[in-house]
Design a protein around this ligand. Sequence first.
Ligand code: MG
Length: 384
Amino acid sequence: MKRLAILGSTGSIGQSTLSIVEQFPDRYSVVALAAGRNVDEAFAQASRWRPKVVSMATEELAAELSRRLRQAGVTGMDVAHGPAGTVACSTLAEADFVVSAIVGVAGLEATHAAILAGKPVGLANKECMVAAGEILTAAARQRKVLILPIDSEHNAVHQCLRVGTHGEVKTIWLTASGGPFRQLPLEKFDSITPAQALKHPTWVMGRRITIDSATMLNKGLEIIEACRLFDLPPSQVRVTVHPQSTVHSLVEFVDGSILAQISVTDMRLPILYALAYPERPASNLTFDLAALKHLDFEQPDFERFPCLRLAYEAAEKGGAHCIALNAADEVAVEAFLQGAIPFTGIPRTIEAVLASTPEAHPETIAGVLAADGEARERARALVA
Ligand code: MG
């Protein structure tokens, strides 16, 4: 029985993780839930799963959850709050495995703490790897802690890599759907509205990641995530546009063999893989090969999607530039969604913030968060 701590339990990855636990009750149980702001969902999850600890974003939300649990007669549960509450979840002595699925750098400290506590991590939070991948992977190597990617592309790469050694890898090919604007003429990019950008052709996801897919910055973050997770330079991580999103990624080996991973577009599969690794439990997440007509692959267009170029530049420099890329994008996406800047203002903002970022490699999580805050401030000044 693996006892799970789920960070970001009320989000979409958190809920999918709980549905896997539901399907495999003899394999997994829940001992900690870090829930955030949704008290209704946190109450439902806490009542259903009876973890040892639940954490909410603020003291007020924690008090409200405690009151509702008391009223419902649910006892014996610690209700924590804030960053310390999330860390309490990720380092709980009873937890054997931590699912890190809090969006943004908010989950960084708790993910780092889990690794320091020697707990294997299923990582769905790519911002952690982008902003602090150098620190997290060094800590994991030192303590021999497994980090298993839940991001579908990296999960696919992890699966393909099992057939060869690190030295045998030539190129990691991350597939990208290309987003909704893959074929839109370049001159129309300025007039893209938030409603258009929020319609993703294949995946249903949160708002920021959906916009990041439309600008392809999401793929840019994934390039950096892949460099950190698989310890390869940016020149060995490439992107191929694959509109069907059927092949989740590929690994090309030095002998010329290319391995691909194909499965349903359902995040429960990479979650199950991460939870069960190195085993493969039987599941009902089957893929209908007969329904597959064709697979298209094309080169990404760096002119339509300058975020890809910016991500490669940040990946080369590492450290503060990766932090700034992520932070500036988050601010720019929010400004775009509020109508403050056009779609093309997103890469422009990121480029300007990167240009004013000094080369640096923070060695602590506090240093990463400080650099993140500075980059956000510069981005806010630009979009204002
Ligand atoms: Mg992905």
